[in-house]
Design a binder for this molecule. Sequence first.
Ligand SMILES: [Zn+2]
Length: 107
Amino acid sequence: MTVGDDSCQGILVSVCPCPVCGSFAPVLVLVRLDEDEFVYFCPGCETAWPDAPVFPVLDQVHSLDELAPKGVRLPTKIETLELESKTPVRYDTWREELDRVLRGRPH
Ligand SMILES: [Zn+2]
């Protein structure tokens, strides 16, 4: 087994900079536990979107709790293949925020 092989674990990717935070924070891709659908989340301002926002347009503001009441998980590498553009993000950069939103998911 290769250490760091993330093909079957969750990976962290961003689709664009956050329309609220600008280049300070990325819009991350998460997956809703109840529907297995993508939800987009900015760890900088904690805004969430049901569809990928188009930077720099800010046309809707939701909270992650509102869009994913059952919680979220990281997408798998395979799931992110359908995203047209994505940038890998280091988990450590947003560890504190991510640990918080990913915590409390049912086992
Ligand atoms: Zn933001």
